[in-house]
Design a binder for this molecule. Structure first.
Ligand SMILES: Cc1cc2nc3c(=O)[nH]c(=O)nc-3n(C[C@H](O)[C@H](O)[C@H](O)COP(=O)(O)OP(=O)(O)OC[C@H]3O[C@@H](n4cnc5c(N)ncnc54)[C@H](O)[C@@H]3O)c2cc1C
Length: 370
């Protein structure tokens, strides 16, 4: 019997993804996936307005994760899970951008995080003002995936002062509109993701560019970020299982005395403890997938996001350590561990999602706590 208790994933037959170099960017992957019609395939009935087909999304993320870097996988995940569903059902620029995105001709960035307010979205400063049919946009978004590679950005802005949830609106902003500036983020950790900062300085748009209706920004963000959190949980399953497999392989050939490291009981137990955490996360993800994919249950999504962050941290920590100095090789598990910290930050920090979990439990009453 194999020591690799984690299944090797199936590969999409005949995909051109295999012809791309391992350091291909997310934008390159997006083009190929769109041309192969694999982007539409992650939605129920190939329709982004109907929510994701979690099995198809998981297959695609597993395929991408095993071949390409974290940055490229991130760059595919965010628009698939959040931007395209947000654009669905729209007309004019939203409908055209959605069609171009599904074909892989353009990629859309999701620009929610503001320069100063961070994960407290209700305090963001980026603002729009209306003048007849014209819309003016000003502000700065930081740490935005695909910022330097996108054809357009979906920008969360306020149209009224104050934290009330009806004060926020999405606008679709072409990357080449006068007044838009993109600069790369100061990091090498997410190469291929196009992560950067976007500045909007007196950008002039029309009301056609408002997406989902004035005042519906925060409510639709909450619904759609739930799908992104599910996507993150599915990606975490693939990532942890891949690293567990790689680590078991390494331990199976690394010499120790007359045998190999895998024969040491203490080492096998440490690896098995990481496998246990990975399996627990997989089981929770399978249990809550329908609640998020079908009903966009924000509390279930928050639980999945917290689980993904803690599981990735634990599994990568154990697996990197078990590989000794080999773990520090370029692109090895110690590097992956630094990248994996993103699971506890991007799309809402662990503290913020745990707050949602506690809030929902408190509203339901103690007898309903899962
Ligand atoms: C690689 C990368 C890609 C990203 N891509 C995108 C993207 O595509 N679109 C987008 O909009 N954003 C994106 N982000 C931004 C990301 O969503 C934010 O970093 C995240 O929401 C946290 O905001 P912040 O970094 O400003 O942290 P801050 O809000 O400054 O928080 C700093 C720390 O304070 C603590 N903290 C904050 N709030 C609370 C609280 N309520 N309770 C307890 N502790 C708290 C946490 O420990 C947190 O890590 C990306 C970030 C990275 C690193």
């Amino acid at each position: 019997m194999s020591v690799f208790a984690v299944r090797e994933p199936a590969t999409a037959a005949g995909s051109r993804l295999g012809t791309l170099p391992a350091d291909a960017s997310g934008a390159d992957l997006w083009r190929v996936l769109g041309a192969e019609n694999r982007l539409a395939g992650v939605y129920r009935g190939n329709d982004p307005s109907r929510g994701v087909d979690a099995a198809a999304l998981s297959t695609l993320l597993t395929d991408v994760d095993r071949r390409f870097g974290v940055g490229a996988t991130l760059a595919v995940t965010v628009p698939l899970a959040t931007c395209l569903p947000l654009l669905a059902g729209g007309t004019g620029p939203a409908a055209r951008t959605l069609a171009d995105s599904l074909d892989g001709r353009t990629v859309v960035a999701l620009a929610a995080t503001d320069e100063d307010s961070g994960c407290n979205l209700a305090a963001l400063d980026t603002r729009i003002s209306f003048d007849g049919d014209e819309v003016r946009l000003d502000g700065t978004k930081r740490w935005i995936t695909n910022a330097t590679a996108c054809g357009a950005a979906l920008v969360l802005a306020r149209h009224r002062p104050g934290p009330h949830f009806t004060n926020f609106t999405w606008v679709l902003v072409p990357a080449d509109a006068p007044g838009v500036r993109a600069e790369p983020a100061e990091t090498e950790l997410f190469d291929g993701s196009g992560t950067g900062h976007l500045t909007f300085d007196g950008v002039r748009l029309t009301r056609d560019n408002v997406v989902g209706g004035t005042g519906r920004g925060l409510s639709s963000f909450a619904a759609h970020i739930a799908t992104e959190r599910l996507a993150g949980a599915l990606w975490a399953v693939s990532l942890c299982e891949r690293v567990l497999r790689d680590t078991a392989r390494y331990l199976g050939w690394r010499r120790h005395g007359d045998g190999v490291l895998w024969q040491r009981e203490a080492i096998r137990q440490r690896w098995a403890s990481a496998l246990l955490r990975s399996r627990q996360h997989r089981a929770l993800t399978e249990d809550l997938t329908e609640a998020v994919a079908g009903r966009r249950d924000t509390s279930a999504a928050a639980l999945l996001k917290a689980s993904a962050a803690e599981t990735v941290e634990h599994v990568l920590d154990v697996c990197a350590h078990l590989q000794g100095a080999h773990g520090f090789r370029a692109g090895g598990p110690q590097y992956l561990r630094a990248q994996g910290a993103l699971f506890g930050i991007g799309g809402g920090t662990t503290e913020v999602v745990l707050d949602i979990v506690a809030e929902t439990a408190a509203e339901s009453g103690p007898e309903e706590v899962p």
